[in-house]
Design a protein around this ligand. Structure first.
Ligand SMILES: [Zn+2]
Length: 504
C-alpha cells in the first residue's frame, strides 16, 4: 500500500527530462537571404484546447482562409499541453524533447524558434494566461506578459506588437476540462476567443503581416486530453498573409513542421534540433506561392534541409554502430531493449505466481489441481473486472481519463472498489470463508507491485526513449491507486481470516 502511494506520487517527477533524448545539433545559417520583405508583424496564436470542429466554426479561421490556407494538423500521440508547446516551438517530437508533463518548469535544452528569432535581431513577445512557454524558453522572449486572470484578453497589447508575437489564451481548455467540448460553456469560450482574435486581426494588414492560428490539442466530448483520439490529436492550423498561397482544400500537416515553417517564412535559420531524417520538412515549402525573386533563398533552404538530414543520419550511424543511420532503426533498437526487459519481468511474474500456487495447493491437499486452477481463474477474472470497471466508470485506459485530478481520484478508487466487490462476491459468498480470498488477494497485490516496479525497470527513471504506448504510460497512475486499493482489500481479508480461525 505504502509503495503504491510512493510510486504514484513520484511518477509525476519521473516523466520529464528536459535535457532531452538523442538530440542532434545542426548549425545552420541563411547564406542567400530572403529577397521579398520579411513580414512586418508575425503573429502566432495557440488557442489551448481548441478542437478542430470548433475552429472550423470561427469567423477568424474564415478570415484567414480568405488570405491563405488551413491544414489538418497531426499533433502526435502525446497530447499534453506543455509537451506540445515544446513540440510546436522546437520542431522536435515529444519522444526526444523530454517534456512529458505540465509539472516541470525547467528550461528545455532543445532550441526553439523564439530563440532563433531573437538571436537574429527580431524582437519577440509572448502573452499568455500561463508562464509555461516562457519557462521552457526563458531566452526566447524580449517581453512576456502573464495575464492576471482568465478574464484578461491576452490579445490586447497596449504597448504594441513586436516583430514576432505569441498569443496563448487558456480559457477554452479550461472550459473543456470543466464541462467538456460538447458543452455550451465550451462553445461560449470558443466564441469569446473568436471575438478577441477578430479584434487582433483588425489591427493587422494581411498583405504585410503573417498570422499562424493553431492549437496544442483538442478535447473529448466529456472533457480531457492526453491520448491519440482523433478529436484530440487533430487540430486546425491556419496560415495567412503576404506570400502565403491561397487554397480552399485542407492539406495534411504535422505539428513538428510548425517551427521550421516559421523559420522559412521569416527568413531565419532553422532551429538547431528540429527533426530531420524520415521527416515532414517537405511540407514547409508548400505554404508560399514560390516567388521567383526568392529562388536563390529557397534553393539555399532546400540545401539546408538536406544538410540537416545528412548530419542527423551521421549522428544516428554513430549511435547505431553501423549504417544506415535512420530514426526507425534507432526506435526499433530501443523498443527491442524495452521488449527484452518486459519479457524478463513476465518470467519473474510467472515464477512468483508458481511459487504462490505451490503454497496454495499444499494447503489444499487432495484437491490441489482444482485449487490452483480456481486461483488462476479468479486472478484472471479480477484483472478483467478491473479493466471493465475502468471502462465503465472512467473510460479509455489512457491520460484522457485524468482530466481533472479532483474528480479522477475518487472515481479511480471507485473502480478498485467495484472490482474489489466482485472479488469478494466471487469468493467469500461462495466459500463462506475468508482464508482463500486473503491468500489470493496477497498474490494479486504482489503481482501488482511487480508490475509497478517492472514499469520502472522496463521504461527507466526518468521515463526514457521511446515513449511507451498511451496505455503503458498511463499505467503507473492507475497502478499506484490499484496498489493502494487492493492492498487495503488484502489487509482486510487477512484480518477477517485471522478472526475466523480464532473462532474455530
Ligand atoms: Zn488541458
Amino acid at each position: 500500500m505504502l509503495t503504491g502511494l510512493l510510486l504514484g506520487d513520484r511518477y509525476i517527477s519521473r516523466l520529464p527530462n528536459h535535457a532531452g533524448y538523442f538530440l542532434v545539433a545542426v548549425e545552420d545559417h541563411v547564406s542567400a537571404p530572403m529577397v521579398t520583405p520579411r513580414p512586418r508583424h508575425t503573429v502566432v496564436i495557440v488557442v489551448d484546447g481548441l478542437r478542430m470542429d470548433s475552429a472550423e466554426t470561427m469567423m477568424s479561421t474564415k478570415r484567414l482562409l480568405e488570405h491563405g490556407q488551413c491544414r489538418v494538423t497531426d499533433q502526435g500521440g502525446y497530447t499534453v499541453s506543455r509537451p506540445i508547446y515544446a513540440l510546436l516551438s522546437t520542431g522536435l517530437e515529444v519522444d526526444r524533447t523530454g517534456s512529458r508533463n505540465n509539472d516541470s518548469a525547467a528550461p528545455l535544452r532543445a532550441e526553439s524558434i523564439w530563440q532563433v528569432a531573437r538571436e537574429s535581431g527580431l524582437r519577440v513577445s509572448g502573452s499568455s494566461h500561463l508562464p509555461w512557454f516562457h519557462e521552457l524558453f526563458p531566452e526566447g522572449f524580449d517581453r512576456f506578459t502573464l495575464a492576471r486572470s482568465h478574464e484578461d484578453d491576452v490579445f490586447a497589447t497596449p504597448d504594441g506588437l513586436y516583430d514576432v508575437n505569441l498569443f496563448h489564451p487558456l480559457y477554452v481548455d479550461e472550459a473543456g476540462h470543466q464541462t467538456g467540448a460538447a458543452s455550451p460553456e465550451y462553445k461560449a469560450t470558443v466564441a469569446r476567443a473568436d471575438v478577441e482574435i477578430g479584434r487582433l486581426l483588425d489591427r493587422l494588414d494581411l498583405t504585410r503581416d503573417l498570422v499562424v492560428l493553431t492549437a496544442d490539442h483538442g478535447h473529448r466530448d466529456a472533457g480531457g486530453h492526453g491520448g491519440a483520439q482523433p478529436e484530440i490529436a487533430r487540430v486546425l492550423t491556419c496560415v495567412a498573409g503576404a506570400r502565403i498561397a491561397k487554397r480552399e482544400d485542407r492539406l495534411a500537416f504535422d505539428a513538428r513542421a510548425t517551427a521550421p515553417s516559421l523559420a522559412l517564412l521569416l527568413g531565419l535559420r532553422f532551429p538547431r534540433n528540429m527533426r530531420a531524417g524520415d521527416d515532414v520538412l517537405d511540407q514547409i515549402f508548400a505554404w508560399t506561392k514560390g516567388d521567383k525573386s526568392d529562388a536563390a533563398y529557397l534553393a539555399d533552404r532546400h540545401a539546408a534541409v538536406a544538410r540537416f538530414r545528412t548530419e542527423n543520419a551521421a549522428a544516428l550511424t554513430g549511435w547505431l554502430g553501423d549504417a544506415p543511420g535512420t530514426w526507425p532503426r534507432l526506435y526499433a533498437r530501443e523498443e527491442a531493449a524495452q521488449s527484452t526487459r518486459t519479457a524478463a519481468m513476465l518470467v519473474l511474474g510467472v515464477i512468483l505466481l508458481l511459487l504462490r500456487l505451490r503454497q496454495t495447493t499444499r494447503a489444499a491437499g487432495v484437491a490441489m489441481r482444482r485449487a490452483a486452477l480456481f486461483t488462476l481463474m479468479w486472478l484472471t477474472m479480477l484483472v478483467a473486472a478491473t479493466w471493465l470497471s475502468h471502462h465503465l466508470v472512467l473510460g479509455d485506459f489512457d491520460y484522457t481519463v485524468i482530466n481533472l485530478k479532483v474528480r479522477y481520484l475518487p472515481r479511480a478508487f471507485g473502480v478498485v472498489l467495484l472490482a474489489g466487490a466482485f472479488a469478494w462476491v466471487a469468493r467469500v459468498v461462495q466459500e463462506r470463508a475468508w482464508a482463500g480470498l486473503a491468500n489470493d488477494a496477497v498474490t494479486f497485490s504482489a503481482l501488482l507491485l511487480l508490475c509497478n516496479l517492472g514499469h520502472i525497470f522496463v521504461y527507466g527513471w526518468p521515463l526514457g526513449f521511446p515513449l511507451p504506448s498511451p496505455a503503458a504510460r498511463y499505467f503507473p497512475f492507475f497502478g499506484a491507486i490499484a496498489q493502494v486499493g487492493f492492498g487495503a482489500l488484502a489487509l482486510f481479508a487477512i484480518v477477517m481470516a485471522a478472526r475466523e480461525s480464532r473462532r474455530r
